[in-house]
Design a binder for this molecule. Structure first.
Ligand code: FAD
Length: 679
């Protein structure tokens, strides 16, 4: 019986097959042991992965606590968060202080000049920075989670010896994956690297966009397509440095909504000669490198937004307890309390999930890509909900710049778009979470169901042969019973919770059983259309996300009870935990209902009609993407007057011009000494 890939489903268009194949290629080889969330799709609950709640060693915690104390002192007393936002840059002295405190190299081994701390500690630090300055949180994350992470994980000893001490103590690093035409579709790289005839160097050509700190960095991790000896095109990861001939940083940054202190560069690589020893990992394994780094980036993104959401919650509750309208504090109104309770429930779950996933990374669990993706979607989505609710209950004053709240709100909108937009991640969680189960269902279907493309004789012969095969029957019978007779497998046992929480474990177990059942039913109802119908995929993914959130919350609350925690902070957590279960149970049941009864058909009609109307509007009145294959160059010109411009190194001035640009000309390259191209 063949175990077909999802891209081979019959009735799926060539374009969709290619898209799925690209996604499958991106996520690399199948892990031998399935991770926690994948098991949820099968209706199984791997207690041993999530209980007890992960904890760092006492020594690690004490080391991190000391760092947090020093950092908080710096953030409260020195760090110019308001100026950073207003002036759209982080002054060089701030980086110097962060390097000095050790934050910039905190996960780099002590042997290479870092603090040698783990992923959990690193995320605790990012959470603290996120409370104070999201621009700084993003720069630290871009540097250590993705910019130089590949060297830590995949670098040769020579690469590590050369670069790690510098990125730990001297200069920033950057990650170059996105291109004008490569956003969500990361596999579609146009940048190319070709080996020289003598095989000693690569010649790198192409253009990268959005590289955070690219104009300030001493090294970049660059992804480029390479033709492999077998003729296949694969992505290779290379270390480049800004001093290499042919590296042209032609735009240092663009003005933007939030995280305005971060800089995203556009970089052209014109026949750049990169030594072959600058390859990271193996030639052709670049997407694997990129996605492994993104596991870390997705966590630190979650930590930054968690910190910001907690800050928003604390600030807004303080506000509504002390702001009086209609003769009473705002906090006494039911609709305000609804928001307070939601904020407490979501932030509790964000925290529980974040440190569950960082614990998995610290333990070096193998199959955690679905979990890190879920953490990113969950924290960016619910973090935004929290911050937006907080803005609402602070009223007009929340919208004013002086309360430092609108900055938090602007800064934290980005996280749903970057490091895999949430829509792309929902598709991934659905497809990769349920991939093995879907493949098995397809294989069973191939083996036993009528195929209209085959002759009747072939159909009958195949069905009889497979129907007598015990291996096929072993899988087919339970699936058939579920799909056609509604017989569900038994709900999983959930052990390891604090005894007082057993009723919550039972509720979760019931939801897990139904999740697996509905995943199979949705696949049966939709058949091959499931590949196109992202709305159904999103419902399944959203349920998987919530089940994982409930699991993490259950594990964390069990640990808190076992430790005997008490007091106002514990009481808040305990009530938030309770509310979370109610909220997500309702959401999950609603999603089950919507899998059957939804508005998807009228949605598609309405979208098609709105698109047809849009075709009647002239392109020249609207902005059009620079790399549009159908309309590039036909849109409205982007204004530059009154919008701060950030020309590149090659420009005559090389500084920042436009309104409010004064004083930025000295913005440093931040590279410290020039770096050689060789590793
Ligand atoms: C502030 C900032 C910092 C960044 N830093 C870096 C960096 O350091 N290095 C780097 O390489 N890149 C970086 N990026 C790029 C970032 O990763 C991309 O913006 C992101 O991947 C999305 O690509 P895009 O903006 O081209 O959106 P597009 O790919 O054009 O997508 C736009 C929207 O369309 C929808 N969409 C897209 N595909 C699908 C789909 N398959 N199904 C359903 N909906 C879909 C989503 O809603 C998505 O948000 C940064 C971007 C920003 C704005």
């Amino acid at each position: 019986m063949s175990n077909k890939g999802l891209s081979n489903i019959k009735g799926v268009s060539k374009a969709d097959q290619k898209m799925i194949a690209d996604v499958e290629a991106m996520f690399g080889p199948e892990p031998s042991e399935m991770g926690f969330v994948k098991n949820l799709f099968w209706g199984r609950f791997r207690d041993e992965v999530v209980f007890p709640y992960p904890e760092e060693s006492a020594e690690e915690r004490a080391k991190c606590d000391a760092l947090l104390e020093e950092l908080e002192d710096y953030l409260v007393n020195e760090h110019p968060s308001i100026l950073i936002d207003q002036e759209e840059y982080i002054p060089e002295w701030c980086f110097d202080r962060l390097f000095e405190i050790g934050v910039m190299g905190m996960t780099i081994p002590e042997s290479h000049g870092g603090l040698g701390l783990g992923v959990t500690s690193y995320n605790r630090v990012l959470e603290l920075i996120g409370r104070h300055c999201s621009s700084t949180a993003v720069v630290v994350s871009a540097h250590q989670s993705i910019g130089c992470k590949a060297i830590m994980l995949f670098g040769t000893e020579k690469q590590k010896d050369h670069f790690l001490p510098k990125v730990a103590r001297e200069y920033l690093s950057a990650f170059c994956l996105s291109e004008p035409n490569v956003g969500s579709d990361a596999a579609g790289q146009k940048t190319r690297c070709e080996l020289t005839d003598d095989g000693t160097h690569f010649i790198l050509n192409g253009e990268k966009k959005w590289s955070t700190s690219g104009a300030l960095a001493g090294m970049f991790t660059v992804m480029a397509k390479q033709q492999m000896p077998n003729g296949k095109e694969k992505v290779t990861a290379l270390i480049c440095t800004p001093d290499m001939d042919g590296v042209d940083i032609f735009e240092k940054n663009r003005s933007k909504t939030g995280i305005r202190g971060t800089w995203q560069a556009r970089i052209r690589f014109n026949d750049v000669k990169v030594p072959r020893e600058n390859v990271l990992h193996e030639e052709g394994r670049g997407l694997n490198v990129a996605l492994t780094c993104l596991n870390f980036g997705r966590c630190t993104l979650s930590a930054g937004v968690s910190g910001a959401a907690k800050q928003a919650m604390d600030q807004s509750i303080k506000w509504v307890q002390t702001r009086y309208q209609f003769g009473r504090p705002l906090a006494e109104f039911d609709l305000v309390q609804q928001k307070i309770a939601r904020m407490a429930a979501y932030t509790y779950a964000m925290d529980a999930m974040l440190y569950m996933v960082t614990g998995m990374l610290d333990r070096k669990d193998k199959d955690i890509m679905v979990e890190t993706a879920i953490s990113k979607v969950f924290c960016s989505h619910f973090g935004w909900e929290v911050i937006d609710d907080a803005m609402q209950i602070m009223g007009g004053d929340g919208y004013m710049t002086e309360n430092e709240f609108e900055r938090l709100w602007r800064d934290n909108r980005i996280h749903r778009i970057v490091e895999g937009s949430n829509e792309v991640m929902q598709g991934f969680i659905f497809a990769y979470g349920g991939k093995q189960l879907a493949e098995q269902m397809l294989s069973v279907q191939d083996a036993l169901l009528w195929d209209s493309d085959e002759s009747p004789l072939r159909n009958v012969t195949r069905m009889v042969r497979n129907g007598l095969n015990p291996k096929v029957l072993e899988k087919a019978v339970p699936l058939g019973l579920q799909l056609f007779f509604g017989v569900k497998p038994s709900a999983p046992d959930i052990r390891g919770v604090h005894p007082s929480l057993q009723s919550y474990a039972d509720r979760l177990s019931n939801l897990v059983q139904k999740h697996s059942h509905y995943f199979k039913l949705a696949s049966k109802w939709e058949r091959e259309k499931i590949v196109k119908h992202q709305t159904q995929q999103a419902r399944v993914a959203d349920n998987a996300i919530r089940l994982f959130a409930l699991t993490c919350a259950l594990s964390k609350m069990s640990a808190q009870l076992r430790k005997g925690e008490a007091g106002a902070s514990f009481d808040r957590d305990r009530a938030a935990f309770d509310h979370l279960f109610d909220l997500f149970e309702i959401d999950i049941f609603n999603n089950f209902g919507e899998m059957r009864y939804h508005a998807d058909e009228s949605m598609r009609e309405a979208a098609a009609a709105a698109r047809r109307h849009n075709d009647t509007l002239p392109n020249s009145d609207y902005y059009i993407h620079e790399a549009s294959p159908v309309a590039a160059g036909t849109g409205k010109d982007t204004p530059t007057e009154h919008i701060k411009q950030f020309p590149g190194d090659g420009d005559a001035l090389g500084d920042v011009s436009g309104d409010g640009a004064a004083g930025n000309a000295e913005i440093a390259t931040g590279t410290g000494e020039a770096t050689e191209g060789t590793a």
